[in-house]
Design a protein around this ligand. Structure first.
Ligand SMILES: [Zn+2]
Length: 345
């Protein structure tokens, strides 16, 4: 058991945990995060957000579903599994728990994985207990995530008097043309396990306070959620090429923010089958194998071993009155236990 505090200039120190039982393979790791998003206005909560009140078989609290609840289930399932085997695992079981997922995510899973690799830890498979079910336990297992990339389109021109446009070069005209061209065609039609990629402009900025002056520059920010038909590099090339065609020789450039959210897919196979069969056995429903939604720490774990995400119902995550049915905590524990029993059969 190792408690590790990681630091980085400009970010808060963060506590992390790595724990392992067993020395043999296979090595299954449970991952999770104990940090939570802020509660917002606590007066709007039915019960105090950090009291852990159980009322009418519902547990209320920030982190109940995202994702202290799932960590408790992982732990309970491992203890049950070990107890049934006289305290000894057949292979190895580990926990990778961070306190830096909801924030900047620099002193968390990234460093924890690097630390574990440096001391020779090798994982065969990972289960991340993020809340994956839209409505009911058993709805959805996540077997990958889309990538995410942010960019700013910057068009420069020549400022001038609005009454003498021939003496100026209006960047607004060109940015409108480039944006239209970039949005005109879908980036792709989706793939076997992913929805179509999407480019979304989120802000257009000229910042011009004077109505009769042609501005020198226009900017537009955008976010791309992309599937496995692209890489970060090929996506940049594609957007750049569309913009270049539309710019017709006029000046523009795109500033790309660094992205640590590349697309990934854990190809369905025996491991995914164990997880979805355990979900089906306990809930009576065969879960969708999905790659929808935002990013999670799975984007870092996938560089070390195949990772699958399954946790609680996410309907109240990040909201006032975040809560979970206690029956779901029991059922999720049973699912994790079933996974362990089958994985180490
Ligand atoms: Zn989470």
């Amino acid at each position: 058991m190792h408690r590790l505090t990681f630091s980085e200039p400009g970010a808060d120190d963060v506590e992390n945990l790595f724990a392992r039982i067993g020395v043999a393979g296979p090595h299954l790791v449970f991952a999770g995060h104990t940090d939570v998003v802020p509660p917002g206005d606590e007066a709007r909560w039915r019960h105090p957000p950090f009291a852990g009140v159980v009322a009418d078989d519902v547990l209320y609290g920030r982190g109940a579903v995202d994702m202290k609840g799932a960590i408790a289930c992982e732990l309970a399932a491992v203890l049950d599994h070990l107890a049934a085997r006289g305290g000894k695992p057949k292979g190895s079981i580990s926990f990778l728990v961070t306190g830096d997922e909801e924030g900047v995510a620099v002193n968390g899973t990234v460093k924890l994985l690097r630390w574990a690799a440096a001391r020779g830890e090798k994982f065969d498979h990972c289960i991340l207990g993020e809340p994956t079910n839209p409505r009911q336990l058993g709805d959805m297992v996540k077997i990958g995530r889309r990538g995410s990339l942010n960019g700013t389109l910057i068009v420069t021109g020549t400022a001038g008097h609005a009454a003498y446009p021939a003496l100026a070069d209006n960047p607004v005209h060109r940015i409108v043309a480039i944006m239209a061209a970039v949005m005109a065609e879908p980036l792709d039609a989706g793939s076997a396990h992913f929805e179509p990629s999407n480019l979304e402009f989120t802000s257009v900025d000229v910042g011009n306070k004077t109505v009769n002056v042609i501005p020198p520059e226009a900017r537009a920010r955008f976010n791309v959620r992309f599937n496995d038909r692209h890489t970060l590099a090929s996506l940049k090339t594609l957007v750049q090429a569309r913009a270049r065609t539309a710019a017709q020789g006029g000046h523009f450039h795109i500033e790309w923010e660094p992205s640590n959210a590349d697309v990934f897919l854990t190809t369905p196979g025996p491991f995914v089958d164990v997880v979805s069969s355990a979900v089906a056995a306990v809930t009576g429903r065969r879960p969708d194998l999905s790659t929808s939604g935002g990013t999670s720490d799975a984007r870092f774990i996938k560089d070390y071993c195949p990772v699958v995400e399954f946790g609680l119902v996410n309907a109240t995550m990040h909201k006032v009155d975040e809560c979970v049915d206690t029956a779901d905590l029991v059922a999720l524990t049973t699912i994790y236990r079933r996974i362990l029993d089958w994985y180490f059969a």
